[in-house]
Design a protein around this ligand. Structure first.
Ligand code: HEC
Length: 201
């Protein structure tokens, strides 16, 4: 008998390879006893170690549950909403527009303006201490829409001399102030020189 053991028609095993052969045989299929590649072994060990840590962390060490994480995110969303609410004061465009259609909107706008805004923004909003509200240039407002004007009048910019009106005017009076600003917008009444950015509107 030759020294070489035949495992398949064209395969001749040498001494070293024969030593590696396991001594079982599945219908003529034989198996080498090769060690698993070390990258595989370490990946496996790493996986086991990670899994133990993971299971421990999430089941026993008081890690946040999915529910906790969801609640934390929701709290952040709520905080942003609250911030937004402070700014816009729950402004509803439909409510404002319905108010504008009321009989004395123009008159109330004129009164609120005269009483609270005239001293700084001058007759017809032509500007003095405060900017000219009739030109196309805006300092604080980045988008000339009712909600932006409403929000800005509420919070003002006290560092630069524009009071916050949120606590001084009722919602209706704020509507009136917005209505006034919108009514003089675009009239380009000569007065205070343009300030800020030109907005197309
Ligand atoms: C005490 C002075 C003062 C009073 C009173 C005042 N404002 Fe102002 N207002 C200012 C100043 C100053 C600015 C510009 C702020 C800045 O430079 O950031 C301003 C800015 C504005 C702007 C933004 C203009 C822009 O270019 O973006 C609007 C709108 C406005 N005021 C509306 C009103 C309304 C409505 C009232 C009355 C309810 C009012 N203001 C009362 C001083 C005043």
């Amino acid at each position: 008998m030759s020294n070489n053991k035949r495992t398949a028609d064209n395969v001749i095993l040498n001494e070293e390879e024969r030593n590696l052969l396991l001594d079982h045989d599945y219908d003529g299929i034989e198996e080498f006893d090769y060690p698993l590649p070390s990258w595989w072994v370490w990946t496996f060990i790493g996986g086991v170690v990670f899994a133990i840590g993971y299971i421990y962390f999430y089941n026993f060490a008081g890690a946040p549950t999915l529910r906790d994480e969801f609640d934390q995110k929701l709290a952040k969303v709520e905080a942003i909403r609250e911030e937004q609410r402070k700014l816009t004061g729950d402004f509803q465009l439909a409510e404002f527009q319905a108010w504008q259609k009321g009989e004395n909107a123009d008159q109330m706008a004129a009164e609120v303006y005269e009483e609270n805004c005239l001293s700084c923004h001058e007759v017809g909003g032509k500007g003095d201490i405060g900017p000219n509200l009739t030109d196309a240039y805006w300092l604080n407002i980045k988008e000339v829409t009712p909600v932006k004007i409403f929000s800005f009048i509420r919070v003002g910019n006290e560092d630069n001399g524009m009071p916050a009106w949120a606590d001084m005017l009722s919602k209706e009076e704020l509507f009136a102030a917005v209505h006034y600003v919108l009514s003089v917008k675009g009239k380009n009444t000569p007065g205070k020189e343009p300030q800020g950015e030109k907005l197309e509107d």
